[in-house]
Design a protein around this ligand. Structure first.
Ligand SMILES: Nc1ncnc2c1ncn2[C@@H]1O[C@H](COP(=O)(O)OP(=O)(O)OP(=O)(O)O)[C@@H](O)[C@H]1O
Ligand SMILES: [Mg+2]
Length: 255
């Protein structure tokens, strides 16, 4: 049997498509399986996992990099059954880290792998070198896409760069369609993207799943709650749970 991925990064290219909300919800869904899960906020520019969850972490990634605390003391336990390493820093601007700082973040990630079964990493928008390094280093990259044409083209850019780094990463990215009008509409968006990948990259990224547009998501974020706690019976919860199952089983074409 395939080993489930222990490090899972969430990227998109385009901003605002739902990466952070999905990373949080995926961490929660994976924690329901009994795994020790860490949600790692690696959006170095605009870290906001803590904001979406209404937390005020005393320690964070910046503190670890500054040598003020170690990984485990910086991780905060959430009542949803997973731990969080916040990225917001009172001790330095993570957005200005250069290559040596990025290497330090990757070392923190490797260290986290010794303490947790699954690490879900929320990345920032864009395709900067740090996003690409993390994407290449993890066991599974997930690319979040919506129906907007700019989201599709930006996701393709992420997939193309990731494809070029496949010699390093050995894994094909999975696609998460978010904010779809229906499952069928989501599958059509996936078909458009996967056709382009098959034609131009000679590689077809597998579909991890479709998450339907759900007003309850907005409500949960506004109230800084986990969706599955505030609205356990809403469709987006089922959709994320299905993706968590697919990921634990292993995406079809993951090497
Ligand atoms: N399935 C969904 N249904 C309805 N709204 C959604 C869904 N997923 C995300 N959203 C909306 O998208 C908004 C942006 O989400 P989020 O902040 O997680 O995006 P992001 O990709 O992390 O953004 P950034 O690139 O700025 O980090 C949320 O505030 C929420 O209102
Ligand atoms: Mg975000």
């Amino acid at each position: 049997m395939k080993q489930p991925p222990s490090t899972i990064a969430v990227a998109s290219g385009k901003g605002g498509v739902g990466k952070t909300w999905f990373a949080i919800s995926l961490a929660h869904a994976l924690a329901q399986t009994g795994a020790r899960v860490l949600l790692f906020d690696a959006d170095l520019g605009l870290a906001n996992v803590d904001i979406q969850l209404g937390l005020m972490p005393a320690r964070d990634l910046g503190g670890i990099l500054a040598g003020k605390c170690d990984l485990l003391s910086a991780c905060e336990r959430h009542s949803g059954g997973f731990s969080i390493l916040a990225g917001r820093s009172g001790s330095g601007d993570l957005a200005t880290l250069g290559p040596s700082g990025w290497a330090s973040v990757l070392r923190v990630l490797a260290d986290a792998g010794r303490h947790f079964d699954r690490i879900v990493i929320d990345l920032g928008a864009g395709i900067d070198p740090f996003v690409r390094q993390v994407s290449a280093a993890v066991d599974q990259l997930l690319v979040v896409v919506t129906e907007e044409p700019t989201s599709l083209t930006d996701a393709y850019a992420v997939l193309k760069l990731h494809h070029q780094e496949r010699a390093v990463s050995h894994q094909i990215a999975g696609i998460v369609i978010n904010q779809a009008r229906s499952r069928l509409a989501g599958e059509r968006i996936y078909a458009t993207l996967s056709r382009a990948c098959t034609q131009f990259l000679r590689e077809t990224p597998p579909l991890a799943g479709v998450i339907r547009r759900d007003d309850k998501v907005r409500d949960a974020i506004r109230r800084q709650c986990l969706l599955a706690i505030r609205h356990p019976n809403t469709q987006a919860v089922d959709d994320v749970a299905a993706i968590a199952e697919v990921i634990v089983r292993g995406l079809p074409s993951t090497a």
